[in-house]
Ligand binder design. Structure first.
Ligand code: PLP
Length: 397
C-alpha cells in the first residue's frame, strides 16, 4: 500500500510517546516518576462530573449539532464577552474534540501547498506537524531564553514573505511558560495587520498564570486585530478535563464557517456528554481553577529551586502553564554508561533508564539545550523525581 506523502512528513507526538513509555514501565511494576505528562493531576471537579452524569441519565447521548450545542456555544460567547470584552456570534464559535482538533481545523481550512506559517520557538509540538500534514511549510522564529522568549518584531518582520498566511501566538507558552506582554502583542498585531496574516492565538493556558499576572488576548487589541485572530481555547487544562476532549475556536466568520464544514464532514460533533460537562466547567469551574493554580504555584517554586540547585542546570521561573523548561546545556557532553550524553534526547533516555524519571527532551519543541518537566504532579513526586535527577546527573562524568 502506498500511503500519502504527507504521512512521512510527521512523527507521532513525542510528548504522548514519552508518557506512554513511562506508563508501560509503571505497568511492569517499575517505580517511575513521570514528569512528561501535559495534564493536571487533579480530578475533574464534582459539578462537572455531576453535569455529565445528569446528561447520561437524561439520555443526552445522541448526535448533537456538528458545531456544538447552542448552550455550550452561548457559554463560550458569554465567557469571551465577560472575561475578554469580545463579542462573537454563534456562527463564529466552533466546538471541537479538544483544542488540538480546533487547531487542526484551522490548519485544514487555511493552509495549502506552498503556504508558510510562522511559529515562534520553542513551540508546542503539534503546530509544525499540523502545518506539514496540510502541505504547508512551518517557518520557525527563534526566541531567546535570556530575553524571556519574547518575540523580536524585527526578526518576525524578516520572516514574512508573500506566502506567509499566519502566525502562531501561544501565551502562556508550552513548553517555556513564557507570557507575552502587551507591547509584544501589539508589535505582532501591527505586523499581522500590515501583511494581512491570520493570528492563531492559542490561549489554552490563559488561566494558569502566576504572581498576579492577568491574561491578555491579542484579539482585544482592536477590531482590526480581532477580525484577523482566531482564538483557540478549551477546558482540558483549566478544569482538569483532558480526557473529555472539548476545545473551541472563535474568530472571523468565513474561517469559522469553513472549519465547521470540515468538521461536519470529518468528526461531526464532539461527545454530547462532554459538551454538557464543559458548560458546567465554564459556568461553575472558576473556584476549582483558582485552587489548582495556587497549588501549581507552590510546586513551580519547589521544582525550579531544586533544578537550579543542580550544577550544570539553570531554569527560568515560568510565568504561566505548568512546565519547567530547564537549560541542561551544562550537562551535555558528560559521559554516562552508554557513552557521551550529547543531546536532550540522550539525556532524557539516560534519565528514564538510569533514574526511572520521564521528561520530554527539547528537540521536538525546537530546542537543543532544554528538557521539559511538568509540575502538574504531587509535591512528593516532585521531591522524589528531583532527588533522582540530581543523583543521576551527579553520576555523569
Ligand atoms: N495547545 C497547547 C499549547 C497545549 O499544550 C495543548 C495540550 O497539551 C493543546 C493545545 C491541546 O489541548 P487539548 O487537550 O484541548 O486538545
Amino acid at each position: 500500500m502506498k500511503l500519502a506523502a504527507r504521512v512521512s512528513r510527521i512523527t507521532p507526538s513525542p510528548t504522548l510517546a514519552m508518557t506512554a513509555t513511562a506508563k508501560a514501565m509503571a505497568a511492569q511494576g517499575l517505580d517511575v516518576v513521570d514528569f512528561s505528562s501535559g495534564e493536571p493531576d487533579f480530578d475533574t471537579p464534582e459539578p462537572v462530573k455531576a453535569a455529565a452524569e445528569a446528561a447520561i441519565r437524561a439520555g443526552f447521548t445522541k448526535y448533537t449539532p456538528s458545531s456544538g450545542i447552542d448552550e455550550l456555544r452561548q457559554a463560550i460567547a458569554d465567557k469571551l464577552l465577560t472575561e475578554q470584552g469580545l463579542r462573537y456570534e454563534k456562527a463564529q464559535i466552533l466546538v471541537s474534540c479538544g483544542a488540538k482538533h480546533s487547531l487542526y481545523n484551522v490548519a485544514e481550512a487555511l493552509l495549502e501547498a506552498g503556504d508558510e506559517i510562522i511559529i515562534p520557538t520553542p513551540y508546542w509540538v503539534s503546530y509544525a506537524d499540523q502545518a506539514l500534514l496540510n502541505d504547508a511549510t512551518p517557518v520557525l522564529l527563534p526566541t531567546k531564553e535570556d530575553q524571556g522568549y519574547a518575540i523580536n518584531p524585527e526578526e518576525l518582520q524578516k520572516l514574512v514573505t508573500p506566502r506567509t498566511k499566519a502566525i502562531i501566538v501561544n501565551s502562556p507558552c508550552n513548553p517555556t511558560g513564557a507570557t507575552y506582554d502587551k507591547r509584544t502583542l501589539e508589535a505582532i498585531a501591527t505586523i499581522a495587520v500590515k501583511h494581512n496574516l491570520l493570528i492563531i492565538s492559542d490561549e489554552i493556558y490563559e488561566k494558569v498564570l502566576y504572581d498576579g499576572a492577568t491574561h491578555i488576548s491579542i484579539a482585544t487589541l482592536g477590531p482590526e486585530v480581532a477580525e484577523r485572530t482566531v482564538i483557540i481555547n478549551g477546558v482540558s487544562k483549566a478544569y482538569a478535563m483532558t480526557g473529555w476532549r472539548i476545545g473551541y475556536a472563535a474568530g472571523p466568520k468565513p474561517l469559522l464557517t469553513a472549519m465547521a464544514n470540515i468538521q461536519s464532514q470529518s468528526t461531526s460533533n464532539p461527545c454530547s456528554i462532554s459538551q454538557k460537562a464543559a458548560v458546567a466547567a465554564l459556568k461553575l469551574g472558576g473556584p476549582f481553577t483558582e485552587m489548582m493554580v495556587v497549588e501549581f504555584d507552590r510546586r513551580r517554586k519547589v521544582m525550579v529551586e531544586r533544578l537550579n540547585a543542580i550544577p550544570g542546570v539553570s531554569c527560568r521561573m515560568p510565568g504561566g502553564a505548568f512546565y519547567a523548561f530547564p537549560n541542561i546545556g551544562g550537562i551535555l557532553g558528560r559521559t554516562g554508561p552508554d557513552g557521551p550524553v550529547t543531546s536532550p534526547q540522550a539525556l532524557a533516555n539516560y534519565l528514564l533508564k538510569e533514574a526511572h524519571v520521564a521528561v520530554v527532551p527539547g528537540e521536538p519543541f525546537g530546542s537543543q539545550h532544554h528538557i521539559r518537566l511538568s509540575y502538574a504532579t504531587s509535591m512528593d513526586t516532585i521531591t522524589k523525581g528531583l532527588n533522582r535527577i540530581a543523583a543521576a546527573f551527579g553520576k555523569l562524568t
